[in-house]
Design a binder for this molecule. Structure first.
Ligand code: GLN
Length: 188
């Protein structure tokens, strides 16, 4: 049985946990570096990327986490989690983050909380459309050569993969559909 870590700082942690448990995974809230040795992959949940980035630095988890991902620990960043993974940020590029994925991201580009929306996405390789919840979502403005787009919305990629890194602008854990969590566990 695979054990999937969920970065346990803040944000939609329980929701990811319940999606993962539905597909038969064990879960572990990752709060310190030693937790990284007990997991097969990690989810970086949505929440507030600035505060998650700062707390990763303060807690001393940033460097070990970055190293594990650079060495191939499979990672799935959703919404704020995607921002943490982005190499480039349009706006405040100094914001603390992991920064290993070759994407340029603009935070809050889909508008405020009130502009949140739900849509259905055609995902490469998925038989059925995937429901996707966008909440103050970041927009992927461009991707490097090694990045594959798995789904787009209004002309922008919203689900991308680079080797063992997967990132979504939206929240897959806020619906009953567990297909994307299953896809991630199959990357492991
Ligand atoms: N707007 C948030 C940020 O910039 C992300 C929102 C979310 O994760 N739903 O961190």
């Amino acid at each position: 049985m695979k054990t999937i870590g969920i970065l346990g700082i803040q944000g939609a942690i329980e929701e990811h946990e319940s999606s993962l448990q539905k597909i038969g995974c064990k879960t572990l809230w990752v709060k310190e570096a030693s937790d990284l040795t007990r997991i097969d992959g990690i989810i970086l949940p949505g929440g507030e990327s600035t505060s998650m980035g700062k707390q990763l630095v303060w807690s001393g988890l940033m460097e070990p986490l970055r190293q594990s991902i650079a060495q191939g620990l499979p990672v799935f960043g959703t919404c704020a989690g995607m921002i943490l993974l982005a190499k480039e940020l349009d706006g405040n590029n100094a914001q603390s983050r992991i920064g290993l994925m070759d994407i340029l991201v603009r935070r809050n580009a889909y508008g405020s909380q009130l502009d949140s929306f739900v849509t259905e996405l055609e995902v490469k390789g998925f038989a059925q459309p995937l429901p996707a919840v966008f909440i103050r979502a970041p927009r992927i403005e461009s991707c490097g050569n090694g990045v594959e787009t798995l789904a787009s919305h209004q002309g922008h990629p919203v689900l991308v993969r680079q080797a063992k890194m997967l990132a979504a602008s939206f929240h897959p854990e806020l619906t009953d559909n567990t297909e994307l969590h299953r896809y991630f566990t199959e990357m492991i």
